[in-house]
Design a protein around this ligand. Structure first.
Ligand code: NCD
Length: 311
């Protein structure tokens, strides 16, 4: 690959990127963060937003991003659509495509749906989260936020990142692991064995079920929400037990290295995966993650729907 031209059919997975393309997207995002708020590079482009699962940050930041680039985002409300009358996903997507839009931003509970939709319609599709599979715009905004904090993407090399919690059901963890790998960061997955992905999924990654044991080794603690909508019964003994072993409590926070940063994709469930005081602490990048989502999504939309020229 090597150019953003590889995104001309859409952006479904971090696996579509090599380091050079990932860096050029981060650079584009940086220019949006520093540059004028609005431009007209995507003037006249129409993008349908299809969110079959709930979303606040991702949906709104894609909308803000599209608006700032001059594109129009058209909303499709899955609850009031014919899907609720039993229409198939295929027919729904074909209907939307027949209106002549240029592409779609899609969130779906079905892994692989965004790429399938691109194949069905020939339209450009951007993945805003598909099942437990991928959430590539989230991974890029996390990489952006970490690079901003460390001074450059190069500074991610050797960074020790602990991703904590429900890894098995997390599209955020899957995408982020791949993204961090592109930049040479070292990932430790922390959580109960029942919430880990299958053995061999990431052979180079360290895996532990003992959060306390690795606390002092981490430069970044990335917390995940328990994906209760995807968790089967019996994967954790109880919420109390989960909090006792895996929550970033104030007491655990005090044992972290100085200079450590805390991240979370949101929505946060305070008192479960993290104490609310920790989320509000100076070392928490949660607000920056949300803010940077707009700049990174501008970069993604521009690369997919715009000229595809390297930054
Ligand atoms: C994540 C998602 O929906 O995958 N949230 C987000 O996009 N900001 C993570 C989550 O729901 O836990």
């Amino acid at each position: 690959m090597g150019t953003e031209g590889g995104l001309k059919r859409g952006f479904w997975s971090i696996g579509q990127l090599d380091r050079e393309v990932a860096e050029s997207l981060l650079e584009r995002a940086r220019r949006h963060a520093k540059g004028p708020r609005r431009s007209d590079v995507l003037q006249g482009v129409e993008i349908a937003a299809l969110f079959f699962e709930t979303s606040t940050r991702t949906r709104v930041s894609f909308e803000v991003a599209a608006t700032r680039l001059g594109a129009t985002m058209l909303h499709f409300d899955s609850k009031s659509s014919s899907l609720s009358k039993g229409e198939s996903l295929h027919d729904t997507v074909e209907t939307i495509a027949s209106f002549g839009v240029d592409g779609m931003v899609v969130r779906s509970s079905a892994a692989g749906a965004p790429q399938l939709m691109a194949d069905w319609t020939g339209l450009k599709v951007v993945n805003a989260g598909d099942g437990a599979h991928q959430h590539p715009s989230q991974a890029l905004l996390d990489l952006y936020t970490l690079s901003e904090r460390r001074g450059s993407p190069e500074a991610l090399s050797g960074l020790r990142v602990g991703i904590v919690g429900d890894i098995a059901h997390s599209r955020v963890a899957r995408s982020l692991m791949e993204g961090l790998d592109l930049f040479g960061a070292e990932v430790t997955l922390v959580g109960p064995a029942t919430l880990m992905p299958p053995v061999g999924f990431r052979p180079a990654t360290r895996v532990t079920s003992d959060f306390d044991e690795c606390l002092g080794d981490l430069d970044v603690v990335y917390l995940l929400r328990l994906q209760q909508e995807r968790i089967g019964q019996g994967l954790i003994p109880s919420f109390e037990e989960y909090v006792a072993r895996y929550s970033l409590t104030r007491e655990r926070y005090r044992r972290l290295r100085s200079g450590v940063v805390i991240m979370h994709p949101g929505p946060v469930y305070p008192g479960m995966e993290v104490d609310s005081a920790v989320i509000a602490a100076e070392s928490s990048l949660v607000r920056s993650q949300t803010r940077n989502g707009v700049f990174v999504r501008m970069a993604i939309l521009e690369a997919v729907f715009g000229d595809g020229v390297l930054a």
